[in-house]
Design a protein around this ligand. Structure first.
Ligand code: ATP
Ligand code: MG
Length: 312
């Protein structure tokens, strides 16, 4: 029997018409508590799962799991293909509903919210879908600026400037007038990243964002994620098979020099603040930092890491 709220992932931007909000277009300013019109979030975790379970019939993906992600923190979600990583992200976005337990996002319980209220919650979340989910009939500019123009009613010339800015971050400024069909797979993925960042959400959900990207472009994307975390205070959950990218982000930090330039540098202490969670058979079999993950003696984790990290 179909379960209400259970459906394939839709493009989170489609159909949403939340309240207009004031918006400025400068370089990425820190997200403020009043920017979204949602409830105040000071002191509350960005995400809280409390005893959440989720199954497709006999396939149990989440079995009574609890975790919190503090504001401004980053979590890497690891696990084999089919473990339930994408489903977990869709639960945070309210595209799926848990069988039991509660999910709180930015201080508001969302697992029992009606769809129109979920749309409001989603205005402060940027999601990069694993399946990319661009609108094929819209240009790159329209895809990236969709939320700004359609949902936030930002003036068209401001949308253009912001779209140019975020496309610049990921090296695609020259592609603003192309259609998705005129892009490579990796370029489409980067456009999806730009779209997620465009509205400066306080919470970003990345579903395997660097798969299909060449190593140099992956580093560019990783550097943007580091900047968002360290300079904008964005909270992020990062589901990935690319452990190299996860470790890079976990062990680097963004610093702003006196002349205003931003550099990405190795940072030993970041290795302790970026937490990894490994999902296996409905449970987190590991929660800890990069060093602890590498030092784990758990047989499944050792095999998982052995197969995904060099030397092979
Ligand atoms: N709508 C659905 N109906 C039934 N089963 C589903 C549905 N969506 C996903 N599944 C199943 O749920 C399981 C978890 O899927 P999910 O997409 O979360 O995996 P994942 O951990 O993201 O894997 P990958 O690393 O391959 O992206 C898979 O076995 C998948 O086949
Ligand atoms: Mg997935």
């Amino acid at each position: 029997m179909p379960i209400p709220g259970r459906r394939a992932a839709a493009d989170a931007t489609a159909g949403a018409r939340p309240a207009v909000r004031a918006y400025d277009i400068g370089m990425l300013e820190p997200a403020s508590d009043t920017s979204t019109g949602t409830v105040p979030r000071n002191g509350l975790p960005a995400i809280a799962f409390d005893r959440v379970s989720f199954a497709f019939d006999d396939l149990v993906l989440l079995d009574d799991i609890s975790f919190t992600v503090p504001r401004g923190a980053m979590r890497f979600l690891l696990g084999a293909s089919g473990a339930g990583k994408s489903i977990l992200l869709k639960l945070i976005l309210g595209l799926m509903r848990p069988d039991s337990g509660t999910i709180t996002v930015n201080g508001q319980r969302i697992d029992n919210l009606p769809e129109d209220e979920l749309l409001r919650i989603r205005t402060d979340i940027g999601m990069v879908f694993q399946e990319i989910a661009l609108f094929d009939s819209l240009s790159v500019e329209q895809n990236v600026g969709y939320r700004l123009f359609e949902e936030m009613r930002m003036p068209r010339e401001h949308v253009r400037r912001r779209v140019e800015e975020v496309l610049g971050f990921i090296g695609l400024a020259d592609y603003i007038d192309r259609m998705p069909s005129e892009l490579s797979g990796g370029q489409r993925r980067r456009v999806a990243l730009a779209r997620a960042m465009a509205s400066k959400p306080s919470l970003l959900l990345f579903d395997d964002p660097t798969t299909g990207l060449d190593p140099i472009t992956s580093i560019t994307v990783n550097d943007e994620v580091v900047k968002l975390r360290d300079l904008e205070g964005v909270t992020a959950v990062f589901a990935t098979h690319q452990l190299r990218d996860a470790f890079y982000i976990a062990t680097h930090e963004a610093v702003r020099e006196a002349d205003g330039t931003i550099r990405i540098v190795p940072a030993d202490d970041k290795a302790t603040s970026a937490e990894f969670m490994v999902l296996h058979e409905g449970r987190f079999i590991f929660e800890g930092n990069a060093d602890e993950l590498l030092a784990s003696t758990d047989p499944y984790l050792k095999e998982f890491l052995y197969k995904t990290l060099p030397p092979w």
